[in-house]
Design a binder for this molecule. Sequence first.
Ligand code: UD1
Length: 407
Amino acid sequence: MAKFVVNGGARLSGKCRISGSKNASLPVIFASLIARGTSEIDNLPDIGDVRVALEIIKRYGASISKKGNTTYINTEKLRYTEPDAELVCKIRASTYLLGASAVRFGRARLSPFGGCAFSPRPIDMHLDALLSHGAVLSDNGDITVKRLVPSVISFKKRSVGASVNALILAAGASGESVIEGCALEPHILTLIEFLRSMGADISLEGDTARVRGGELHGGKVRIGPDMIEAGSYLALSLLTGGGITVIGAEESELSSFLEPLLESGAEISRDVGIRLCSRPRKPVRIVTGPYPEFPTDLQPIIAPVLALSGGSIRDTVWEGRFGYLSELSRLGISSRIVRGVAEIFPSELKSGNATAPDLRGGMALLMSALSAEGQSVIDGAEVILRGYDDPVGKLGQLGAEIEYVDN
Ligand code: UD1
């Protein structure tokens, strides 16, 4: 297991440029499979999940090249192959293969998908989308599609993953499909933009998407800034003295994250970027929900900030997503869970050793270690590198003493 060794307690300051969004990159990479031609993707982040996704599509024969900040994916000569189980179980986004493979090859395979195991993660809505487009699921997990038909689907709740698959399937089916209850996260809008550039006609009214799909060609898209990475460095600024300016983030995407912090006494300044300073003075209450509500991925990230003045978190997307709190307690953060709500008490952060339980929980540990005086070791660095682009370089530029050790 790789680890980060941190000598914490310094005031971090300077500019931090936000990389491309992980959650936008992964749907776009898998969606590129459904066209014949070359797609151009600008601003993919250099993170573990993206590397795995590119490796997965290479196994189908996609040829990938890079010039500057643009990645070219040629999907002219693909052939179906059993998905590589070892790769597929490394990332959650391999669920997008279900839709993409069904469109391109008329078949797909259910196999254990990976990603953060903070809660049971059902895929019934993904399967509903497949079945409504004419797919047949056999007992051994094989999915076959003789003829991809357009469909009307109404989702019972907002699901990013199921919406990605539904959009990919609808874009590949000739005729008009309707998706009611489509997720509206910024990364979903990026996928829609990409599918449009491939030739799909997509309109969005409220949370209803109408998709006219069919034969598609290579597409083109720029991946926008990662709002979760931006939120992470903004929270780190509050924890380490208010000196980090985040460059290139989309402030409107961060409203639900900024609002509770500003209400409880944090201050924001804007010049070349955004900077959060002045620690919260009142307890902060967080309730997560689908976009534009507070993102579930930022709740572990905000937990160390809540330890400054106290607060609580209720996660309505993943109710049990609090496994990281026991690791945070190793760094001095005191909390308890009462009827599904995590109460975080004002705590003095201290150095220590802890293990990243998942991607965002891991980043919360790293941030806490950076703000606590003394040496900390955060094990499971590779889990954090799945979703954060060059944290050692970016943190080093801000004045952090951090070392990546792989042994
Ligand atoms: C979710 C988050 C996403 C985050 C990711 C990893 C939302 C809406 N989605 O995306 O922002 O990046 O976790 O932390 O905030 N569900 C079903 N059946 C399904 C699929 C989902 O019941 O087939 C439920 C889940 O149990 C969950 C909710 O729908 O309660 C949202 O899940 P979904 O958006 O699909 O999860 P991810 O795509 O992983």
